[in-house]
Design a protein around this ligand. Structure first.
Ligand SMILES: N[C@@H](CCC(=O)N[C@@H](CS)C(=O)NCC(=O)O)C(=O)O
Length: 237
């Protein structure tokens, strides 16, 4: 039997108190990296308590937040019932997705080879899609759009197009990155694709209409009820 849990030893809980300390604690904001974890939690049905990390208030730089993630980025979690029944604190969305998949036995294939292939596509998102699309957003939509020299923007446009072509080819004849099985690789990838064409308004810039397989999977992704819920969690204050 697990003992009643005291999360007080985690300073982050002093700023964001746990009303339900027996539930998994999520510290996040509905950004493309943040929603990966809320969507995963909604898909698995694990009970959790979301806490809003407000960038408008620089919450991610607070000592309490940094005590959990010294890299000052959401998402981060504490699972009060981690390995060995002990609390586990984690940051980096890819690590969190993998942890939750293993904990619940959901959204990652049981077959060992297929599991590594899923992790490969998860890493492709973490190391490629996320950072490159993020830079494209900076140079196209945010502060970088005023830079006279367009070469940095063009570099990230070209790299984003290349990555979309890789995704499109992978999705040819497959519903999801791992075929018929919807996995953490999809949960990592499609919030970023959605963000690129939505919030970043970069669809025309990257020629998104050329990537029909990506568009088809993106539509299927956003149609999932757990995705629709997860995209709004934690609610912005
Ligand atoms: N590799 C990290 C990236 C996380 C990340 O970039 N989070 C952004 C929001 S999408 C953030 O917290 N930015 C706040 C800051 O840099 O101050 C992950 O996947 O968890």
């Amino acid at each position: 039997m697990t003992q009643p849990l005291d999360l007080h030893s985690f300073p982050i809980t002093h700023k964001w108190p746990a009303r339900h300390p027996e539930r998994l604690q999520l510290y996040s904001l509905p950004t493309p990296n943040g929603v990966k974890v809320s969507i995963m939690l909604e898909e698995t049905g694990l009970p959790y308590e979301p806490h809003l990390v407000d960038f408008g208030k620089n919450d991610q730089m607070s000592p309490e937040f940094l005590s959990l993630n010294p890299n000052n980025k959401i998402p981060a979690i504490i699972d009060p019932n981690g390995p060995g029944g002990k609390p586990l604190a984690l940051f980096e969305s890819g690590a969190i997705l993998l942890y939750l998949a293993d904990k619940t036995g959901q959204l990652v294939p049981k077959d060992e080879a297929a599991r590594y292939e899923t992790i490969q596509w998860l890493m492709f998102q973490m190391g490629g899609i996320g950072p490159m699309f993020g830079q494209l957003g900076f140079f196209h939509k945010f502060a970088g759009k005023d830079y006279e020299d367009k070469r940095p923007r063009d570099r990230y446009v070209a790299e984003s197009k290349r990555l979309l072509a890789v995704l499109d080819q992978r999705l040819q004849g497959r519903n999801w990155l791992m075929g018929d099985q919807y996995t953490i690789a999809d949960i990592a990838t499609f919030p970023w694709v959605r963000n690129l064409v939505g919030f970043y308004e970069a669809g025309d810039l990257v020629g998104f209409s050329e990537f029909a397989n990506v568009k088809r999977s993106l539509d299927a992704f956003v149609a999932r009820p757990a995705v629709a819920r997860g995209l709004g969690i934690p609610a912005r204050g």
